[in-house]
Ligand binder design. Structure first.
Ligand SMILES: [Zn+2]
Length: 337
């Protein structure tokens, strides 16, 4: 059960994703040097006032993925830190512009790789990530997170992941990274320092099972619902959904009726029917039917309206994004303790 925030002046925080609340507290208490948060548009003004009261600065420094729902804000303690962030962002975009030419020599290829690594290390330090995890991420490319979830699966820990792993912002270097756990504990402690009821709210949300799509940290929290109990409220029956899902996904397939609160980052954009691949997207909030074939794909519709929320299959998706994103850890539900 998700617990509510008792203090009236902190209640607007409930509109944020729970991980954003954790990072906000960690930056306020100076345990984390910088964070990038996704703030719903209707909470933006309140949020910026709140940051000011708490003695930190917030600024918009990258285009939001879906301007109609939310804004991406970076928070940090002072102007010096924000200057650093702006420099790194400018460097990245200059670099992205410079590498548009597709024909390159092996030497240039190496220089580009080294530059990317250096930027990753620099940004990792700027956001206060553990060195072990930054190094691993720089070496393994952005899909490094999937390797850690594979470890969780292999060790049988996928249904009892330490809660600290959900509190941190970075991709951990391993499923037993002690630095990640230490940092997660510290972050959660800063939430309790702000308010005990805020901490209870945060922990109750972090303990929700989460459906995980890919190595880029794409997952959504969900509260499984008992079908017998909620049968009368849904327009799509279990039998109907099962039939629909079977025609789209291979076996062995799992099915769950669930309530999905606001996901981590909402993205919307052009899709290619019959697929709807953007994840998470605004259609995902509410009572949902979710079907997934571990490692291979997912199909999700709104149980009350029948609207498609997600349809993605590795066969169609991997050729587009590259083999490094293929992982048996994709398209599964993980739980914490
Ligand atoms: Zn680590």
């Amino acid at each position: 059960m998700v617990l509510t925030i008792e203090e009236p002046h902190l209640q607007p925080l409930a509109g944020l994703h729970v991980r954003d609340i954790v990072w906000l507290a960690a930056v306020i208490r100076k345990v984390k040097p910088m964070a990038t948060l996704v703030v719903p548009l209707d909470a933006k003004e309140w949020f910026q006032r709140f940051c000011k009261q708490m003695g930190i600065i917030s600024f918009e420094d990258e285009p939001s993925p879906s301007p109609s729902h939310q804004v991406i804000l970076t928070i940090c303690p002072d102007k010096e830190a924000s200057k650093l962030r702006r420099i790194s962002r400018d460097l990245r975009s200059l670099f992205d512009e410079a590498i548009k030419s597709p024909i390159i020599s092996p030497r240039e290829k190496r220089i580009r790789r080294e530059f990317r690594k250096t930027m990753t290390v620099f940004e990792g330090a700027m956001f206060g990530y553990p060195e072990c995890c930054v190094e691993f991420h720089a070496k393994e490319s952005p899909s490094s997170r999937a390797r850690v979830y594979e470890e969780f699966l292999e060790s049988g820990m996928d249904q009892s992941i330490p809660i600290e792993f959900w509190a941190v912002a970075h991709a951990p270097c391993s499923s037993i990274c002690q630095e990640t756990r230490r940092l997660g504990r510290e972050y959660l402690h800063t939430v309790a320092e702000l308010s005990e009821s805020l901490r209870n709210h945060v922990v109750s949300r972090l303990l929700l099972p989460r459906f995980y799509q890919t190595g880029g940290g794409r997952f959504i929290d969900l509260q499984p619902l008992d079908y017998e109990q909620h049968q009368g409220e849904v327009a799509i029956s279990k039998e109907q959904f099962e039939r629909d899902a079977q025609s789209r996904l291979p076996e062995p397939m799992e099915i769950v009726l669930c309530e999905v609160p606001r996901p981590f980052v909402l993205v919307d954009g052009p899709e290619e029917p019959p697929y709807k691949t953007l994840f998470p997207n605004p259609e995902m909030i509410g009572t949902m039917w979710l079907a997934y074939t571990p490692g291979l794909g997912a199909y999700m519709v709104n149980a009350k309206t029948g609207q498609l929320a997600l349809y993605i299959a590795s066969t169609q998706w991997i050729p587009k994004v590259g083999e490094e994103w293929r992982s048996k850890a994709n398209f599964r539900i993980y739980r914490s303790r």
